[in-house]
Ligand binder design. Structure first.
Ligand SMILES: [Zn+2]
Ligand SMILES: [Zn+2]
Length: 418
């Protein structure tokens, strides 16, 4: 008897009999198969390694066209890979860009825009695993590290897949593992094929699955950015009693940044949250806020006033020409401007200005596999909250993508499968 799901020993033995006699899954009576599908607790590991899985998924059909519900067979797991039964899939704003084909991926010969399943924020239960997977058991809940890049270059082998030089236009953002064939597709799917189990992190039983789903993209990006400015804040905290961090843009990423900052930066850090939306600022807690004025000079003046003479570091989740210019003019000497946002701004400055102000300008994208492991532990240990979550069904993803494009989603929409 499986003491977790009450699968009877007799049924397990019967299943083993089928396997030993070379019978396939199709030889099992239907009610029996249904029962086995709910046992994720190790009783039937080897059986599921043999079984064919059909996933129900949403596929891209063309730029801006509604995603189509499809049923596709999944191959067995790779020797070091796993198949996940999807529990949660976060819907990220960058999926809107892929959906609309902002990077014209359809023009890249070996990429296919249609037939791709998006979704790069995936939590699921291990459903089957390859023969070489030893660290995970059937039923373990894991979050997928989706920025797998090519998995072969120096950066990828070291776990810094987010720095992979072979990852074109962020193509692994498409879904888990991106575009390499039909197998490793994204999370808008009842099952997900993960090429290598090392690109997963165990979700502690105390961590909410929907929070876990938002960690590999929005939270990891913010966590990584905070890591990039940490040394600067520590350095400037030796000069100023209360150095200021300014967070520009308080959507999903900015909210994670605000929530994580106090666990990553010196205790003396002051935080100012800046946004053009009063609604976004209304949910910001425990830090100063500033509604961004229209005029550039006024932005600089207000930023300087609010930060008592200038920010030590600014993380810009917007990246428009306006925010870039204002940020660079609002830093203290020795400060750091770190950009994440992709709103198409240009960075125009004179080297002389950078030199005389000793300004550091940096940028980053997502984060490493090691960072995701650290982040899962940090969030679970400290019960750190992310943005509010709205649960939706798989078929509601089309509606959510439109809502995201129109700016109607507050917090994070997450597909809930179980
Ligand atoms: Zn994302
Ligand atoms: Zn690589």
């Amino acid at each position: 008897m499986c003491d977790q799901c009450n699968l009877r020993t007799l049924e397990v033995e019967r299943l083993q009999h089928f396997m030993e006699n070379g019978r396939k899954q199709t030889a099992l009576p239907l009610p029996c198969r249904r029962k086995f599908q709910v046992c994720f607790h190790g009783q039937v590991d080897s059986f599921w390694a043999m079984a064919e899985v059909v996933r129900e998924c949403l596929e891209l059909t063309g730029a801006g066209e509604p995603l189509k519900v499809s049923k596709r067979p999944l191959p067995p797991p790779a020797p070091r890979g796993i198949i996940l039964k999807t529990s949660r899939a976060g819907i990220c704003h960058s999926d809107v860009h892929f959906w609309e084909d902002l990077w014209r991926l359809r023009d890249i010969p070996d990429l296919r825009l249609s037939g791709i399943t998006m979704g790069h924020e995936i939590v699921g239960a291990v459903y089957s695993k390859g023969a070489q997977v030893e660290d995970l058991n059937i039923g373990d809940r894991v979050v997928v590290y989706p920025w797998t890049g090519c998995m072969e270059c120096d950066a990828c082998r070291a776990g810094y897949n987010n720095l992979c030089p072979n990852n074109r236009h962020g193509t692994s953002d498409f879904g888990q593992g991106g575009v390499s064939g039909c197998a490793n597709q994204g999370g808008y799917s009842t099952y997900v094929w993960v090429p290598d189990a090392r690109y997963t992190v165990l979700v502690p039983s105390t961590l909410d699955l929907s929070v876990a789903a938002t960690l590999p993209c929005a939270a990891l990006t913010s966590f990584n950015a905070l890591g990039k400015i940490k040394a600067k804040m520590e350095e400037l905290s030796k000069i100023y009693d209360s150095p200021w961090l300014v967070v520009v843009g308080c959507g999903g990423l900015g909210m994670w940044c605000l929530n994580l900052a106090r666990y990553c930066l010196p205790k003396t850090t002051n935080i100012l949250a800046v946004d053009i939306s009063p609604a976004n600022l209304s949910v910001v807690k425990d830090c100063e806020t500033l509604l961004l004025p229209d005029q550039d000079e006024e932005i600089v003046q207000q930023l300087r006033t609010k930060t008592h003479g200038g920010a030590c570091t600014i993380i810009d989740f917007v990246g428009s020409s306006q925010t870039v210019g204002a940020a660079l003019n609002s830093l203290r000497k020795g400060g750091q401007y770190h950009v994440i946002g992709l709103y198409g701004g240009s960075l125009i400055t004179q080297p002389e200005k950078l030199i005389s102000n000793t300004t550091a300008i940096t940028g980053s994208r997502t984060g490493s596999l090691h960072s995701l492991r650290d982040l899962v532990k940090l969030v679970d240990d400290n019960k750190i909250n992310g943005p509010p979550v709205e649960h939706v069904t798989l078929t509601e993803v089309n509606r959510v993508l439109v809502d995201l494009r129109e700016g109607r989603v507050r917090g994070r929409a997450v597909v809930k499968f179980d």
